[in-house]
Design a protein around this ligand. Structure first.
Ligand code: PLP
Length: 452
């Protein structure tokens, strides 16, 4: 055959094949026809890889249908070693949170109904008392995410006025989140003080005036400043804000609820510390180190939180009942810190002893060797992710696959159970720090499938 394109079948011919016809029982005809066209187009683009024979063509059409029918939002096994990976959905939820979601979703609930009074209630009550208890805040409010919390706080206290922030804190959190852009959308006028590396109390004091609406401090989140640096601590900023007669808004970010120093993670304040700094409002995410659902948690002085609740924007940024149910269940676990560390997956992953991760890697390498696949267990370093402990390196272990790492990485990513690892030093590293032990067998199966 000199011109393989001549061998391409027609769409009609493919639709007549038995296995392709059978597809019509479970997917619409238009989808099957689209898959047949896609299979022909793929063969035209890559004549060398064109299917040979009816069975191979039918299999190609089936594969295109399956790819088309897969949801775009798929479960993924996170072998990147970044525990709170924003692109992979941040924190997995605790079993108690999953149960609470199922319960709230199944039927009706007292979302905005006061059962004691038999009258309309408020969705804002559901997590507030637990948040007060766990953080020491006077009051609390939950919105869609931390970015929403920041917009709502700024819009409420500083719309049309000035919000003073250090140049060293105008950070980009990720892809589409730049603190200065979000702040600008709130209606507050950003006033930058200090320099990238050094900002002093005097810089804030000089910028304060009759138009000042708030002082703002932002957790640097994903990087560390080192060397010739100076910053004003939140507790000192709270004093400056008090002098200026405006609140301090503290974008705290991570939502860390427990001191993780016993597990070697040091240098971050907890939410309780952030509240104790004296900030008028503290904003943080629900799905980072807190280990709950996506949410923006606002903690602070009762009068400010009440003003936020009354802002019409709060209606646009409100959370749904599933989030409230999951957040409440997650927060409840924090009443017993030892339980929180075991049952909240993000915390369990961060605190699993290194030896345990190593043993799992070795066992998986054993399973792969039995299946004739060469792999080795190797030490590596995982990171926290999620805007906290940016420089911390957590001892971890990986299953390492040598060979064509780039191809293997792609095949694992595109497999029935996608596994996302990382290519380094010409090998594929599957870091087990963010994989739960219960999923080890799935990783092994996925590797076997990718290698086959
Ligand atoms: C992550 C982060 C945000 C954004 O939080 P979302 O919940 O994703 O909106 C804002 N500020 C800081 C300091 C953060 O770390």
């Amino acid at each position: 055959m000199t011109d393989p394109r001549r061998a391409l079948p027609s769409v009609h011919a493919l639709l007549e094949l038995d296995e392709v016809r059978a597809l019509g029982d479970r997917v619409p005809h238009a989808v099957v026809a689209g898959a047949a066209r896609a299979a022909i187009a793929a063969a035209r683009d890559e004549p060398g890889g064109a299917p040979h024979g009816d069975a191979a063509w039918a299999a190609a059409v089936v594969a295109h249908v399956e790819r088309h029918e897969r949801p775009t939002l798929q479960p993924v096994l996170n072998a990147t070693g970044v525990v709170l990976h924003t692109n992979l959905g941040r924190a997995p939820l605790a079993a108690a949170a999953l149960d609470a979601i199922a319960e709230a979703a199944r039927g009706f609930s007292s979302l905005e109904y006061d059962l004691a009074a038999g009258a309309r209630g408020s969705r804002h009550v559901h997590c507030a008392s637990l948040l007060r208890e766990l953080t020491g805040a006077e009051d609390a409010l939950v919105v869609n995410n931390c970015a929403a919390a920041l917009v709502l706080a700024l819009n409420t206290v500083a719309d049309g006025r000035e919000a003073i922030v250090s140049r060293g804190e105008l950070v980009e959190i990720g892809g589409s989140f730049r603190v200065p852009d979000i702040m600008a959308k709130s209606g507050a006028r950003l006033v930058e003080v200090g320099t990238t590396n050094r900002t002093h109390a005097e810089d804030y004091r000089r910028a304060c005036g009759p138009r000042t609406g708030a002082l703002v401090t932002v957790h640097r989140s994903n990087f560390a400043l080192d060397g010739f640096v100076a910053a004003v601590r939140p507790r000192d900023l709270a004093v400056l804000a008090e002098e200026a007669g405006v609140p301090l808004l503290y974008d705290f970010g991570s939502g860390l609820m427990l001191d993780l120093a016993p597990w070697g993670l040091r240098g971050e304040l907890t939410a309780r510390d952030a509240v104790a700094s004296g900030a008028g409002l503290v904003m943080m995410s629900g799905d980072k180190l807190l280990g709950g659902p996506q949410a923006g948690i606002i903690l602070g002085r009762a009068a400010h939180v009440e003003a936020l609740r009354r802002n019409p924007l709060a209606r646009a940024l409100r959370v749904d009942k599933l989030t409230l149910a999951a957040l409440h269940a997650t927060l409840t676990l924090y009443r017993e810190p030892a339980r929180a560390v075991c049952e909240i997956p993000a915390l369990a992953m961060l605190t699993t002893p290194e030896a345990q991760v190593r043993r799992r890697a070795e066992a998986m390498v054993g399973s792969l060797s039995s299946a004739g696949i060469a792999a080795r267990a190797a030490a590596c370093e995982a990171t926290v992710g999620g805007g906290a402990f940016p420089t911390a390196r957590i001892p971890s272990h990986a299953v390492v696959l040598d060979g064509d790492a780039v191809t293997l990485e792609r095949r694992l990513r595109l497999g029935a159970t996608p596994v996302v690892g990382r290519v380094a030093d010409g090998a594929l590293w599957l870091d087990l720090r963010a994989i739960t032990a219960a999923d080890d067998a799935r990783v092994v199966d996925a590797v076997r499938e990718a290698v086959a």
